[in-house]
Design a protein around this ligand. Structure first.
Ligand code: NAP
Length: 293
């Protein structure tokens, strides 16, 4: 794991990550590597916060002179009532993954997952405007992905095991992006086989395939990938999931979730520091931390 290369003093600027638990988070390695690479007197600390202390933790950032924090599960929605305002992204997605504390004490929240996802698609030269994109999942990550895709002009179809959650997600995003196009379909082998013929991009925003259940796939084994050309899996542990291996064997181009992780973090780093983030350094640090387990 990347370690701090400088002594902490009263001048050190602090940021951190609020979650429960946070011990597996790759963010401290990623952000501290970026501060070290730029020779900045900043430190990013893991902040395990029990659900009963969320309010105190958020207000405590201001009291303790933090510049901000990332927020991870299960607090992404719970922090909202304690912030002075939200960006349109955080409002639309209904979750905050980045908090910024201003010099005058104002404290606001945003969500960089949507930009992280879109910036990673752009970095891979994947254009989504006008494309039919099938998204699996309707949880927190899917909300950011669906919002990002709809804002970028994709034609989005959502399939989720719990159909009602997909319907609710489509309804919520449609309220903020009324011109966007959405469909909701069943998460069954029969339905996904049909949808594979009508979509060019598939995004897995479910947690299926994530370590330790690495042989699981959200895509039915009996179903080919039809006309799908690109498969993006938000899961990054492991990098090459069962879904991506199957899609690769079918001839699809595959992209893992590491790029989104790095780019959402890079966007938070930019908001706190006002500087251009060293994305390559951040990626290297995350890859190293993943290899070390
Ligand atoms: P979440 O809110 O708990 O949502 C989980 C989603 O997975 C729900 O849609 C759930 O469906 C579905 N699901 C779970 N088990 C399933 C199963 N056995 N079969 C079918 N569907 C199943 O989680 P999240 O925060 O959205 O995270 C989802 C994944 O994205 C995680 O692996 C997370 O690590 C990853 N992620 C990656 C990044 C990145 O930067 N790359 C960022 C955020 C999240 P139901 O609604 O039916 O329960």
């Amino acid at each position: 794991m990347a370690s701090l290369t400088h002594a902490l003093t009263a001048h050190t600027r602090l940021v951190g990550i609020i979650g429960w638990p946070v011990k597996h988070s790759l963010s401290p390695s990623m952000h501290n590597a970026a501060f070290a690479a730029r020779g900045m007197d900043w430190a990013y600390v893991p902040l395990p916060v029990s659900p009963k202390w969320v309010k105190e933790a958020v207000l405590g950032l201001r009291a303790l002179g933090f510049r901000g924090a990332n927020v991870t599960v299960p607090h992404k929605e719970q922090v909202i009532p304690f912030l002075d305002h939200l960006t349109p992204e955080a409002q639309a997605i209904g979750a905050v993954n980045t908090i910024v504390v201003e010099e005058d004490g104002r404290i606001w929240g945003t969500n960089t997952d949507a930009d992280g996802f879109l910036n990673d698609l752009l970095a891979h030269d994947v254009q989504v405007e006008g494309e039919p994109v099938l998204v699996l999942g309707a949880g927190g990550a899917a909300r950011a992905v669906v919002y990002a895709l709809a804002r970028a002009g994709a034609r989005v179809t959502i399939a989720n095991r719990t159909l009602g959650r997909a319907v609710e997600l489509a309804r919520q995003i449609h309220m903020v992006l009324p011109g966007a196009s959405f469909r909701v379909v069943e998460f069954s082998a029969e339905s996904l086989t049909r949808e594979a013929e009508a979509h060019t991009i598939l995004v897995n925003a479910t947690s299926v395939g994530m370590w330790p259940d690495v042989e699981a796939s959200p895509w039915p084994s009996s179903t080919g990938f039809g006309r799908i050309k690109v498969v993006y899996d938000l899961v990054y542990r492991p990098r090459l999931t069962r879904l991506l291996r199957d899609a690769q064997a079918w001839g699809c181009r595959v992209i893992d979730g590491l790029g989104m992780l790095v780019r959402q973090g890079a966007e938070s780093w930019r908001l706190w520091t006002g500087q251009v983030p060293p994305v390559d350094i951040m990626r290297q640090a995350v890859e190293e931390a993943l290899r070390e387990g």
